[in-house]
Design a protein around this ligand. Sequence first.
Ligand code: ADP
Ligand code: G6P
Length: 483
Amino acid sequence: MSKTIIISNRLPLQINIENDNLEVTPSVGGLATGLKSFHKEGDSIWIGWSGMPEEEIPEHLIEDVKIKAREEDCVAVNLTNDEIDGFYYGFSNRTVWPLFHYFMEYTESDDWYWETYKRVNQKYAEEVLKHYEEGDHIWVHDYQLLLVPNMIREHAPEAIIGFFNHIPFPSYEVFRTLPWREEVLEGVLGADLIGFHTYDYERHFLSSVSRILRHQVDFNEITLPDRIVKVDSFPMGIDYDKFEKAALNHFENTAEDKSELQRRLDHHLKATPDAKLILSLDRLDYTKGIANRLRAFEFFLDKYPEFIEKVRLVMLAVPSRSNVPQYQRLKREIDELVGRINGKFSTVSWTPIWYFYRSMPFENLIDLYTSCDIALLTPIRDGMNLVAKEYVATRTDHTGVLILSEMAGAAHEMNEAILINPNNFDQMAKALKQAFEMPREEQIERNKMLQKRLKRYSVEKWAQDFMKALRNTEDNRQAFEAS
Ligand code: ADP
Ligand code: G6P
């Protein structure tokens, strides 16, 4: 029977070694949390990195790592420290990530990063080929593996390969600055179907293919000498039922079941019943606009001092890619901003910002989603932003206001949110005031419309649509060969 082979840089599980024992935690990030549900349901294996450098896995635990991964239908690819430096911290996160998010000033062009990226992409492709059997569907994910589709195709010309990009694809004018632009496009074009979150990213990609490689592009089809490649947009959804169920269960918790965090949140609500909680939740990443968000919050308190002691920003920043200098600088900037704002506005009984710099278990995410009256998500650029969708899905009484950056892919499907430009502090301050004062009926009306859409376009539907379109490419191929 044919199976689906999923390949992404990171597996949905992160394996660590604590006191000579293997410890498994879930990976953070939209790709892992979203795809996990699809992987659990179907007949698929998932190939990716365990998150640990090969050198840190003791000889006697190598087999255990493989077993742990296999228990979850995963295959762990080992990366050496050198590979992690050049491929992951280097080309993936100092070249492609900033460039594709329009942070051109952060983009580095380094031959060694590029060479390592190629080598590691080859390693992933070889691992796929070890597991591939004719008839299988191969689904490659994200910007770390742009060359993998063509590397697989070279050895398995008949393979059915899909590629999905979870981050934005930049406009041609930005993409063309990449020194290896031809190789990158040719790498992705090894796939039969290429998917993006939004129509804009799809158009940007097609424009680059037509202008850089000069291939014929008709609407959303690219004609290569031997094949047709289809390009389309598939906005990724969330596992709606999982979030709704988790929120419903959360409200059934007895006092003893409650987490420490929930107790603190309850205490806040009891002590200041007319005060509101604003949620800020992301990986600590410069694309997420966290520093702008803090400045906008400060601007809001300056402009509307009547909200002093009436709001609190609960900010969770999950550590991410901390070897990259921009992430280190951002961490310092955020620490300073939080310190300054708390110093400036705190009263004896109130601090405006609660700041957590750590990862939290799923239960705590649900505590935050269900307890916060407003979610303030202000990325400068974001491929999708699943946090926005998760927040809406957990609001089982339909209250709560989402303030969302128009620069997030999710904004295209979430018109009932208050959409803002993350560079406009005044607009963000006004949005906060509007959210604070929004009548309950209006909150419910907006939330219901958002939930309806999220329920319909769940992650399951997303994966089904992609796989269906991938299977359809087989028919296209037969038609092309016959012509
Ligand atoms: P990105 O993929 O850029 O990190 P998204 O908003 O699309 O941004 O996805 C983030 C995902 O990571 C969400 O599914 C969210 O639930 C998950 N997540 C965020 N913070 C945590 C955390 N502290 N612990 C576990 N998962 C988290
Ligand atoms: C985004 C990317 C994913 C990545 C995740 C977490 O969602 O699209 O590919 O896995 O961020 O980043 P990390 O570098 O920790 O894998």
